[in-house]
Design a binder for this molecule. Structure first.
Ligand code: WTA
Length: 657
């Protein structure tokens, strides 16, 4: 038995953990919140919105006369950056630390609300000086450094629209996203620190824009973080530090319509083309601020909050760049990877800053758990009082480990279900109210209405798995897919009339708690990151060696799912290709180049046929059986039933690392 012998197997999922009386007494959210929201849902949301500062108050909460196009608070005017910054300074909290920044090499900076406001105002003036106007799109490709948040806040402050692209995406992905949004400005950095070394970003921007490939882009603002050498295009590239130093720190935030576009964030769907999810201002900030405060039980004057997500993902938007700042929280941001210089890094950060609320993903928890409890036990984690989980289901074992080892055996865990599209948390316990059940995201938050339906739209009973739907509009809902209103309607609102279909399977247990059962479409979830099978397949077939490809997400102990690709090679290329193992490396590198390292297949299997139905649809279910090393299921609908024998026999030729 290991030192972790207290971890009992899965049957613990039926254990319950009620909040302590003391936690409940001091909690932000009290039980009446559920009744209030139930009694008057729209009134409840109006109350939440009115906790923000409105330049012009709204008179109508929701306009749902033209579904699925909702308008929230649509005759009000608001400035999101004013709400996140100036408001706190004016209230006398200018000296409160907004950001505790920890660089991977060990450098750190403390930035107060007054300082951050000053910096954002300067950046706003720089953007205006470059001709950025309300509604213009600005691409942001940055490491996790304070300037990333300054950039997002400054873009939003002047009513421009940001599109943050995760630093792990390749030049090619960056290019498509810049082009789709027709961005006029790119904000980037020379590089950032990752895994103990400087990792370049600017060269990818140069490649993405190379030879006038993105003619919409007029300028590139470059933050100097690592000091590494970078190419420089005179007239286009501008040094961020120099520009900000000479800019005025005087900028009065103007109100924008509540439905003014705030950002586009690209995410994977079921086709090869990423979707630019569009969010607007007033409703988004309302739900983000409300959930951040109530779900994490934020006491802004005493808590130190840390969300480990990168700003390249929705979690880094809602729960790093906006929610915590809207609520005047002090938060940690960390630039690097958890294993640098060793696997104690996160816990040393918790100890150093006295982190009291930690929000992370199950993949990270499982990685730490695999290494054992010894490492975190070397640090003082007693400041922790609330733990959060996001991005994928958290298995009960990981839940128990998180609570006992990181949360001192007492910290409530909020398992938060939501999506890029929902903008903010939708299903989660409230830590002072809910009796926790490891592994379940539990119940819809006050103000949110959800149902589990079968394919025909019938409401399912307890213990009946079905499709997760949101039956009423919510303030932070996506407003569309950039440039593609038809795809918006088709993807989310066509399965059930005027009901949002999330793409996830779910069931209620006998106590009415929600259990998420994974995606029901061809979207994979690798380390909490969404990847589309179709997108990786099209990257694979863009390589001259590949005739056909099929990608599946196979179960993986640490990352939840892993990318497994089945490829048919072009016969005439086989001779050049050499052994299967070489092909595997070449193709995996190719996917990295086309999409980015997060999409790199764990395993490539070279096969001579793919299992298809008579109508030519690839039967991924069968490939998943192979990838997960299970006996292959029902093959009767295959056009050629012998294919699966051939594939199974060929697996020995597969390669992975
Ligand atoms: C999955 C991340 C189970 C789900 C915020 C969803 C979860 C997709 C959970 C969205 C959770 C997210 N339990 N599954 N607590 N949170 N998911 O857009 O499949 O990157 O549809 O947003 O992640 O991923 P996205």
């Amino acid at each position: 038995m290991s030192a972790d012998s207290w971890i009992e197997p899965l049957h613990q999922e039926n254990r319950h953990f009620a909040p302590t009386a003391e936690f409940s007494k001091n909690a932000i959210a009290q039980p009446a919140i559920y009744e209030q929201a139930k009694a008057d849902r729209l009134g409840f949301w109006a109350d939440q919105a009115n906790q923000l500062h409105w330049h012009k108050p709204f008179t109508q909460t929701l306009d749902w006369t033209n579904p699925p196009f909702a308008r929230w608070f649509h005759d009000g005017e608001i400035n999101i950056s004013y709400n996140c910054l100036d408001r706190h300074v004016e209230a006398g909290n200018g000296d409160r630390v907004a950001l505790f920044f920890e660089g991977e090499p060990g450098d750190n900076r403390e930035i107060t609300y007054a300082e951050l406001t000053d910096e954002v105002k300067r950046a706003a003036n720089v953007l205006i000086g470059l001709g950025v106007k309300p509604g213009d799109r600005v691409a942001i490709y940055m490491p996790m450094i304070p300037e990333a948040i300054v950039a997002m806040q400054a873009v939003a402050r002047i009513g421009a629209v940001h599109s943050v692209i995760f630093g792990g995406f390749s030049a090619e992905s960056l290019h498509t996203r810049i082009e789709d949004a027709q961005a006029t400005l790119v904000i980037t950095a020379d590089g950032g620190y990752r895994k103990g070394r400087a990792s370049a970003l600017k060269p990818a921007v140069d490649m993405a824009l190379d030879g006038g490939k993105c003619p919409s882009v007029k300028n590139v603002l470059v933050v100097k973080r690592t000091g590494q050498e970078v190419g420089w295009v005179e007239g286009r590239d501008i040094d961020w530090g120099t520009a900000l130093a000479s800019a005025s720190n005087d900028h009065a935030a103007q109100g924008f319509n509540a439905e003014h576009p705030l950002f586009i964030l690209y995410t994977s769907g079921t086709t090869g083309k990423p979707k630019g999810i569009l969010h607007t201002t007033g409703g988004y900030l309302t739900q983000v601020a409300y959930t951040h405060k109530n779900v994490f039980d934020l006491h802004a004057d005493t808590d130190v909050y840390w969300c480990t997500a990168d700003i390249g993902w929705i979690t880094g938007h809602s729960y790093v760049a906006y929610g915590p700042l809207a609520n005047g929280a002090s938060q940690v941001i960390y630039e690097g990877t958890p294993e640098t210089p060793d696997w104690g890094r996160w816990w040393s950060i918790v100890q150093k800053y006295g982190v009291s609320i930690l929000y992370t993903a199950p993949t990270a928890i499982r990685s730490f758990m695999k290494l054992g409890s010894q490492i975190p036990k070397e640090y003082d984690l007693s400041s922790i009082r609330v733990l959060g989980s996001v991005g994928e289901p958290i298995n009960p074992e990981a839940w128990m480990w998180y609570r006992n080892i990181i949360g001192g055996g007492h910290a409530p865990i909020v398992d938060t279900w939501w999506q890029t599209e929902t903008g903010a948390i939708m299903i989660s316990p409230l830590p002072g109210i809910t009796t926790l059940k490891p592994g379940s995201a539990q119940i819809a938050l006050p103000g949110i209405e959800m149902k589990i339906l079968d394919d025909g739209g019938n409401v399912l009973g307890r213990e009946e798995p079905g499709l997760l739907t949101i039956t009423e509009p919510w303030p932070s809902m996506l407003r569309g897919i950039w440039g593609d209103p038809d795809r918006y309607k088709e993807t989310y609102w066509s399965k059930f009339k005027n009901i949002y279909f999330a793409g996830d399977g779910a069931k209620f247990d006998e106590e009415g708690n929600v259990w998420l059962l994974g995606r029901v479409d061809d979207v994979m979830n690798v380390s909490g990151h969404r990847l589309s099978t179709a997108e990786i397949e099209s990257a694979l077939v863009s390589h001259p060696y590949v005739a056909e490809a099929a990608v599946v997400g196979a179960k993986d102990e640490t990352t939840g799912q892993a990318v497994v690709a089945f490829v048919i090679l072009r016969r005439n290329q086989l001779e050049n290709a050499g052994s299967d193992a070489d092909v595997s490396k070449i193709l995996r590198d190719h996917v990295t180049k086309e999409i980015g390292p997060i999409a790199r297949p764990r395993t490539i299997m070279v096969v001579s046929e793919l299992p298809k139905t008579r109508s030519g649809k690839i039967m991924r279910r069968l490939l998943r059986d192979v990838a997960e090393d299970r006996p292959v299921g029902d093959v009767t609908t295959l056009a050629d039933t012998s294919v699966m024998d051939i594939i199974s026999g060929k697996i020995a030729g597969g390669a992975s690392d």
